[in-house]
Design a protein around this ligand. Structure first.
Ligand code: NDP
Length: 261
């Protein structure tokens, strides 16, 4: 089987997989990490592993694996693929090696093994899908310099940058809610939090919408679908959790899309 056929097969797999992930997280079981872990997490989620390191290990393929696959491509040193690589790494290098250390993890907090295990495997496939379209000429569309002036690149990059900023700021505001030594939850106030419960996920959705447009690729579109399938059920669950937990939770707030959802 050629690399192009592998790529196509994997795209179909991730498309189908995202429908499966969405229905499972929506109707069967919520992802058992963070506030939704609970005391009675089913045995099949596996033993707990340290949360901070779970984040590093599960996200690392998206930074290191992506870079390795990218540099195996014959167009790895072409300027436009390099710019797209820099965009991807601006998000994922931070997510893998910076974010886990400023996330306010409760002392001794663990995450069930199945969560990082599934994310680790998923991220390897996602990295192949998205890195190969940039630098492997047998798979990608071959981004020439003129792509930088194409409205699809310009609009996509602007949405990507907006989402990146929102995602970072939203995560930083959550981290700031807990003072050193604190372990509980508070109602986030101010900025986009006045309109939605999960601006971090909203930012994430914008990042991958921007990526799909800037690369104008099926791989980007499928990854956006995967991210929505993974995080939309969690956003709705977080929103319900806030409403259940805080009697004074602001009623006008939506879950994740301002004014809509
Ligand atoms: P959450 O919003 O569930 O939690 C983020 C951090 O903030 C955790 O440390 C959490 O603590 C803490 N926190 C959340 N709410 C409160 C509150 N009200 N008061 C005090 N602390 C709070 O986000 P996720 O962990 O699901 O995701 C983190 C980042 O990773 C996000 O930017 C998200 O977009 C990204 N992500 C991307 C995915 C993708 O598919 N591309 C998949 C999953 C995440 P605790 O852990 O104790 O609950």
């Amino acid at each position: 089987m050629s690399a192009a056929q592998w790529h196509e097969g994997l795209l179909i797999g991730y498309f189908a997989g995202s429908l499966f992930v969405f229905s499972s997280l929506m109707f069967v079981a919520k992802a058992a990490y963070g506030r939704h872990k609970g005391d009675k997490t089913a045995w099949w989620w596996g033993p707990g592993v340290p949360t901070r390191w779970a984040w590093v290990v599960m996200e690392a393929p998206s930074a290191l694996g992506f870079a390795a696959i990218y540099f195996m491509g014959d167009r790895a040193l072409a300027p436009v693929p390099l710019i797209l690589l820099a965009m991807w790494q601006a998000h994922y290098f931070h997510r893998s090696f910076v974010y886990p250390f400023f996330r306010r993890v409760k002392p001794g907090d663990t995450t069930p093994l199945l969560v990082p295990l599934l994310a680790f495997c998923t991220n390897i496939g996602v990295s192949f899908l998205n890195a190969a379209i940039l630098s492997w000429s047998q798979i990608g569309q071959g981004y020439e310099l003129s792509w930088l002036a194409d409205p699809r690149f310009l609009i996509g990059a602007a949405i990507f940058a907006t989402g990146w900023r929102i995602n970072r700021k939203a995560d930083a505001m959550l981290a700031a809610l807990r003072k050193p030594g604190e372990t509980g939850y508070k109602v986030p106030r101010g900025w986009l939090y006045e309109r939605i419960s999960c601006p971090n996920y909203f930012g994430e959705f914008l990042v991958w919408t921007g990526w799909a447009i800037a690369t104008w690729s099926t791989a980007g579109a499928v990854f956006l679908l995967w991210t929505l399938a993974n995080l939309m059920p969690r956003a709705l669950e977080n929103h319900r959790w806030y409403r259940r937990t805080f009697a004074d939770y602001p009623v006008q707030r939506r879950a994740v899309i301002p004014g809509l959802i």
